[in-house]
Design a protein around this ligand. Structure first.
Ligand code: SAM
Ligand code: SF4
Length: 357
């Protein structure tokens, strides 16, 4: 048994963890005390973004970012993914902040693809730089992108993203489809902002052969400052979609989760996805673990426990030390996220752009 170096991390809850076993067999797959198994890693590659969506990032100038030396290097990120893969992770999503603003992101994707055993590499992006990067990313081994798009109205897009250019995003989506990336489209429905165009967003996504998905607004980051009246549940969205979807054919959680899907009423086989962290917590089936751009592992968006894998690596830790830190970080994961419960530590919750959405 060996004791790991005590690591430090900003915004972390520090705990001394038990001595680790001396071989990988004792660690094997990532599971938590509730029997959930972890197969999906969301790896944030930057906490910066070229947009500032009203529910996510503060206006530029008011936000704080990691300095370069705090970020995981590409070598460190690839090493981490390789250790995660040996502990059962099969799918990796690059996220942020905006992953495409990280310099040389294509090289990182290529490195992870070449060096690790992961089965599928995907990315969540705002697509502003995708028209230039879709092909190199696909060639580097990326399988698909989830693109965030909350409106098809250029002026409203500028408002919701505090200055973004809808034209660039649309060009990025088309480039991704043209090179054969799988495309899903994510929308955060906001009452009084984009609720009048949800049907149009669905029709448009279907016309591209892409799957539209709606994510309930979470009280995280700038989203915690928006009035609760702006939140729309999945049921509210289904009501707004009306005859577009069959209410009685929910497909349940599919594939890599956590989205649930409803089929189109026209029998075409097309679907609409709903991600319902608020109205229908999916924590019982959670299979995901998050690593921030600074290299902190977090078991959940809502969890306060964060262990710095970066510091373990920089202190000379072995792959086994890293695997043990991963196991330990997941071991005490809560059953649920408790987003809507009053919490004296609420100020310690950080936004999705910091943790990685
Ligand atoms: N920049 C990329 C993008 O926008 O797709 C990746 C990072 S972003 C943090 C990932 C996802 O988180 C986006 O789909 C965004 O809509 C969602 N998101 C951010 N803040 C949110 C909040 N408060 N509630 C719900 N979804 C949020
Ligand atoms: Fe940037 Fe994505 Fe957050 Fe919007 S949701 S501010 S695009 S990180």
């Amino acid at each position: 048994m060996r004791r790991l170096p005590l690591v430090e991390s900003r915004s972390a809850v520090y705990e001394q963890w038990p001595a680790r076993p001396d071989d990988f067999d004792a660690i094997s797959l990532l599971r938590d005390a509730r029997g959930r198994r972890y197969t999906y890693l969301r790896l944030s590659v930057t906490d910066r973004c070229d947009l500032a969506c009203v529910y996510c990032m503060p206006p530029s100038g008011e936000d704080e970012h990691a300095v370069r030396r705090d970020l995981l290097t590409f070598e460190e990120a690839a090493r981490l993914v390789s250790v995660f893969a040996s502990a059962g992770i099969r799918r990796v999503r690059f996220t942020g902040g905006e992953p495409l603003v990280r310099k040389d992101i294509v090289r990182l994707v290529e490195l992870v693809h070449r060096r690790t055993e992961v089965e599928e590499l995907v990315m969540t992006t705002n697509a502003t730089r995708l028209s230039e990067l879709a092909r190199p990313l696909r060639d580097a081994g990326l399988f698909g992108v989830n693109v965030s798009i909350d409106t098809l109205d250029a002026e409203r897009f500028r408002e919701l993203t505090r200055g973004g250019d809808l034209g660039r995003v649309l060009a990025g989506i088309h480039a991704a489809l043209d090179v054969g990336l799988e495309v899903k489209l994510n929308t955060v429905p906001l009452r009084g902002r984009n609720d009048g165009e949800l049907q149009r967003l669905v029709d448009w996504a279907w016309s591209l052969d892409a799957t539209p998905r709606f994510i309930e607004l979470m009280p995280l980051g700038e989203g915690a400052k928006l009035p609760a009246s702006m939140r729309m549940t999945a049921d509210d969205v289904v009501d707004a979609l009306g005859a577009q979807v069959c209410r009685d054919t929910p497909t349940g959680v599919e594939g890599h989760g956590p989205a649930r899907y409803l089929a189109a009423r026209d029998g075409s086989g097309r679907r609409v996805g709903f991600i319902t962290p608020i109205s229908d917590e999916f924590c019982d089936t959670c299979n995901r673990v998050r690593v921030t751009a600074r290299g902190d592992i977090r078991a959940c968006l809502a969890s306060r426990r964060a262990i710095s894998l970066r510091n373990i690596m920089r202190a000379g830790g072995t792959d086994l030390d890293l695997a043990w830190a991963m196991v330990w970080s997941l071991s005490g994961k809560d059953r649920g996220h408790h987003f809507l419960e009053p919490d004296e530590h609420e100020h310690e919750r950080v936004g999705m752009s910091l943790i990685g959405g």
